[in-house]
Design a protein around this ligand. Structure first.
Ligand SMILES: [Zn+2]
Length: 305
């Protein structure tokens, strides 16, 4: 448990109370890099650099049925062509099953998690929200869920979206950590990895805002630190719909990266003329790093052209 503020050492670079900033970008290889993921990459990179911190890359490849062959490598290549170079070797979640298994065993041992045989249709009567097991038959392999106590209300301060409050018990219920098909749930893997990689600040798209309270509950159950959160505005199509990873709209041309970088810069609320002189991704990013003003990032984007 952190010491009360008054007991903490004074901020001294040689004796820091807080670890240095470490951010990350964590794409899923469900398609090529798109405008929404470029915005998340650029936003997380800018906030990390602005804080004088590190920026890491993690490939979240834990859902083979949804993945596209070769997409992970193409995303990594595209990121490099856009000028984004991580400060540590890229981590692949598909090579970290032991970490997730250990965390799950800890949760089962402590009673924070439990095996569940309920199917989707078993939970239909409660709107899919699990509060107690109502399975009508046992499954060959049960799912594992985190027990969410009644009244589990999680509040946190998002650096871009402001205060966010969620009654996790009422709106989400006991949530899945390992699915009945054996795949790891995103919530478990992301919490374990952010802690294992000592990520201090999570910057990602606002579509994950509603997942954050679950992740905070999981951090508490595993006795892990809660990082800072900043949820970037979502890139939407002309109808205001979120661009999905499979969406062909807003194609990115890594062979001609400057227009897409300028567009992402503008979507982050930054003044366009700041990047006028840049002619290569590296020089554009160097200029962007200096000109970046975090407080200008808008919580939402108006419909794009
Ligand atoms: Zn159940």
């Amino acid at each position: 448990m952190p010491a009360p503020a008054s007991d903490r050492p004074a901020p001294d670079p040689a004796n820091r109370a807080n670890p240095p900033y470490r951010g990350r970008f964590a794409p899923s290889p469900t398609g090529d890099l798109h405008a929404g993921s470029l915005l998340a990459a650029f936003g997380s990179w800018l906030l990390a650099r602005h804080a004088g911190g590190e920026w890491w890359l993690r490939v979240e490849d834990l859902d083979p049925p949804r993945e596209v062959a070769g997409a992970a490598q193409r995303q990594l290549t595209a990121l490099r062509e856009f000028g984004f170079v991580p400060d540590a070797p890229v981590v692949f979640q598909s090579r970290r099953h032991d970490l997730y298994r250990n965390a799950l065993e800890r949760l089962l041992d402590s009673g924070a998690a439990f095996e569940c045989h309920c199917s989707r249709s078993d939970l239909a009567a409660s709107g899919g929200i699990h509060r107690r097991c109502v399975a009508r038959r046992r499954r060959p392999q049960p799912a594992v869920r985190l027990r969410v106590a009644d009244g589990s209300i999680v509040a946190f301060e998002d650096a871009i979206q402001g205060r966010h409050v969620q009654d996790v018990a009422a709106t989400v219920g006991d949530f899945v950590l390992r699915r009945a098909d054996g795949l790891w749930a995103y919530q478990l893997a992301v919490v374990v990895d952010d802690a294992a990689q000592a990520i201090t600040d999570v910057v990602r798209g606002a579509d994950l805002l509603d997942s954050t309270p679950r992740q905070i509950l999981l951090q508490r159950a595993l006795d892990l630190p809660t990082p800072g959160y900043a949820h970037l505005p979502l890139v939407t199509d002309v109808h205001g719909r979120k661009l999905s990873k499979s969406d062909a709209a807003w194609p990115l041309d890594a062979a001609d990266p400057l227009p897409a970088l300028r567009r992402a810069w503008a979507a982050l609320g930054q003044p366009g003329d700041a990047l006028a002189g840049a002619d290569l991704p590296a020089s554009l990013l160097a200029t962007a790093r200096t000109a970046f003003q975090p407080h200008l990032i808008p919580p939402t984007l108006s419909a794009t052209d």
